[in-house]
Design a protein around this ligand. Sequence first.
Ligand code: MLT
Length: 313
Amino acid sequence: VAAMPLGAMAQAYPTKPITVIVPFAAGGPTDALARVLTARMGEALGQTMIVENVGGAGGTIGVNKAAKATPDGYTILFTHMGTLAVNIALYKTLPYDSQKDLEPVGLGGTNPMVLVTKKDLPAKDFKEFEAYVKANQKKAQYGMAGIGAASHLGGLMLNSMMKVDVLEIPYKGTGPALNDLVSGQFDYMVDQAVNVLPQIKAGTIKALGVSTLKRLPQLPDVPTVDEAGLKGYEVTIWNGFFVAKNTPKNVIDTLNKALVTALGDEKVRARLIEQAVDLPDPKDATPAALGAQLKASIDKWVPAIKAAGVQPQ
Ligand code: MLT
């Protein structure tokens, strides 16, 4: 290998396992999606893809690690729009620039969110929930995966539209947060459906609203938050693969091709669609489309969060 010219080395990619940084705890939505997609992508690449969970600080620690990694395609990133777009409005300084320090590879799936509460919260529907939170301000607690997390965005838009001030309980991911919601340690959270559907079905938590403007086929009896009372409440979360800036183009193309293969796999599609993940048509999962998606999310959410009156910290 030492004698190989650089170009030939790049063409040989991948010749060893690929680390995929997920900037949240294991067992949560980002992790779940990453594991399903990378298992199939690894098959297509003929190499193992190893998920490394680097949680903390709303995903910024893991994203920064991936952004600063050697740009050779052996340490890549799977993350969501919270860590790349939403948190621009929520942190005074970020250790990375999501558009300058990373290159998009392709979209991995978009998730609806669900407002879920602990089982014994005294509210059987959204109206009662809203009344409960209003009556228990500064005492009610909502769980989230850190500043700029998807669950933070879902929660802060909800709280700002309900005009309530509640306590934030930060976790390294909504996987561990969900465990605590099930055991009743806090009152509610807004989390991606893929993470909470099994517990909703098991009856260990309650679902009071979905974050899309249409109901979910998986939860036909759960109203949208919009129809239940907060007109205009709508939050969906896209996830995607990124690499450090200066990663060779052929490496990005190879990773993208593997992603397109995974997205076109009937088993992968069936499994994720059942979990309410909205998958892109494989032909639309281009690096350029993800770059455009990132820009659109920055343009949408940065002013929306400012308008909601949330101050960066
Ligand atoms: C989030 O709230 O950003 C996600 O749920 C994080 C995670 O995957 O745990």
